[in-house]
Design a protein around this ligand. Structure first.
Ligand code: PHE
Length: 442
């Protein structure tokens, strides 16, 4: 067997993991979740969860992956065996489910590049809302864009860990960051934007309830790419010199910074234009064209924005597909390239009902009132990822703690000052808190 592929550099690993974390979750999902769940209080809850439980689970995944140098299923088998590989299996399943609807939404962002360029996104709140609603309800076009996005994802994965993923992240992620800052400059100076800033930045803790907690938790897991083994897989391509604790801190910080920036961009604009902050999944797509219309060279910025958002989605999509490929090639010796193509095809097919569910199939409900896309999101983000997170925490905190202590200190070479806190969170806080939030949410 040839040596396992490795990241090219420290920065390469952190940026690739940040590329996995930063995606539609930050820019599409976070603003509308915050908009639906009370703004500021949601933000605070979210940040608390990210920097306690989220960062700990991420570190746990890095450590498992690097210690085992295997895909998520194999990693548990190498470290302990018994029933634990099932946790990895659950993650592989979550990868299929998440990518199927993720790719549909990413397809919308590709379509919006073209709509920006052709100048078809004009008009008031109502017109932009109708344009979005009309587009996603079309039975054909969004599926073609979904196919295109899955094709791109497979193509990047075929480029390999080092060449494909790492190179794309290094250039484009910083660009996205800078563009967000520029756009925020426009959004917060719109007349009426203060109301949005206040909504987002001054928390009203009396609004905290079970739904909000559940939303913040599932959002934290989804946005950090944790609970399904994506970070185990990325950790498995890592050499023994990297400082895992620092990497987890960097990735979590970058990810939440981008989420906060997206909130600072979307929510002030929502209030300035008189849109409804609780409008749901269309919020980013409806609000941003209105912002671009109000700025010099708006078309240019609009095109650039949706291009970069597509790339951010692509680097996340790749991290959803990679564990699947690692699993079939590490465990079953399947050819990685063939696996990428087959898995890509299966995920494309699984995404079709998601696409139709916001159009001609919108009357068909699966979980409660939820259509297919929302049900897939719910099963993955509200159940599989948090349950995966509980089990990963228990595994690291109770089952293989000594090995993991060794792993995060690079066999004693790098001190890790938060060892006690980390193990305490993995042993007690994460399992109890996540289980409690899950149960109250159901
Ligand atoms: N974190 C990604 C985003 O925010 C989505 C993702 C979830 C990627 C789970 C990998 C694993 O867009």
């Amino acid at each position: 067997m040839i040596a396992r592929e490795q990241w090219g550099s420290r920065l390469g690993f952190v940026l690739a993991a940040a590329g996995s974390a930063v995606g539609l979750g930050n820019i599409w999902k976070f603003p509308y979740m915050a908009g639906q769940n009370g703004g500021g209080a949601f933000l605070i809850l979210y940040l608390v969860l990210v920097f306690t439980i989220g960062i700990s689970v991420m570190l746990a995944e890095f450590a498992i992956g690097r210690a085992a140098q295997r895909d998520p299923v194999g990693a548990f088998a190498v470290l302990k065996g018994k029933l634990w590989p099932l946790v990895g299996g659950m993650g592989i399943l979550a990868g299929f489910i998440i990518l199927s609807f993720y790719s549909v939404v990413a397809g919308w962002t590709i379509a919006y590049i073209i709509k920006m360029a052709t100048g078809s996104l004009v008009g008031d709140a109502e017109a932009l809302g109708a344009a979005f609603g009309g587009f996603i309800a079309d039975p054909v076009q969004p599926i073609l864009y979904h196919a295109l996005f899955m094709g791109l994802t497979v193509a990047v994965v075929l480029g390999g860990v080092h060449g494909g993923i790492e190179r794309a992240c290094k250039v484009l992620m910083p660009m996205l960051f800078v563009l967000l800052l520029v756009l925020i400059g426009r959004a917060i100076t719109l007349p009426g934007a203060e109301k949005g800033l206040e909504f987002f930045l001054s928390p009203d803790f009396s609004k905290i309830n079970g739904d909000m907690l559940n939303g913040a938790l599932s959002q934290a897991f989804f946005s950090l790419s944790i609970g399904m083994g994506a970070m185990i897989t990325y950790g498995s391509y890592l050499n023994k010199k990297e400082n895992l604790g620092k990497s987890a801190l960097w990735v979590s910080s970058l990810d939440s910074t981008v989420a906060v920036l997206a909130g600072l961009l979307i929510l002030p604009a929502v209030f300035a234009f008189g849109f409804d902050p609780a409008a749901g999944p269309g919020l980013t797509f409806i609000t941003l064209p209105a912002v671009f219309a109000q700025m010099p060279a708006g078309t240019f910025f609009g095109i650039l924005f949706f291009v970069l958002l597509t790339v951010a989605a692509l680097t996340s999509a790749v991290s959803l597909l990679q564990p699947i490929i690692a699993y079939f090639s590490d465990e079953w010796n399947w050819n990685a390239k063939a696996t990428a193509v087959i898995a890509g095809l299966v995920i494309f097919l699984l995404g079709i009902p998601s696409s139709l569910s916001v159009g001609i199939w919108s009357d068909i409900h699966f979980i409660g009132e939820k259509g297919f896309l929302d049900s897939m999101d719910y099963i993955a983000s509200n159940i599989l990822l948090p349950v995966g997170g509980i089990l990963i925490s228990i595994f690291v905190g109770w089952v293989v703690a000594d090995k993991m202590k060794d792993e995060v200190t690079n066999s004693g070479e790098k001190p890790f000052p938060f060892m006690t806190a980390w193990l305490f969170i993995c042993r007690f806080v994460a399992p109890v808190a996540v289980a409690w939030i899950l149960v109250t949410g159901l």
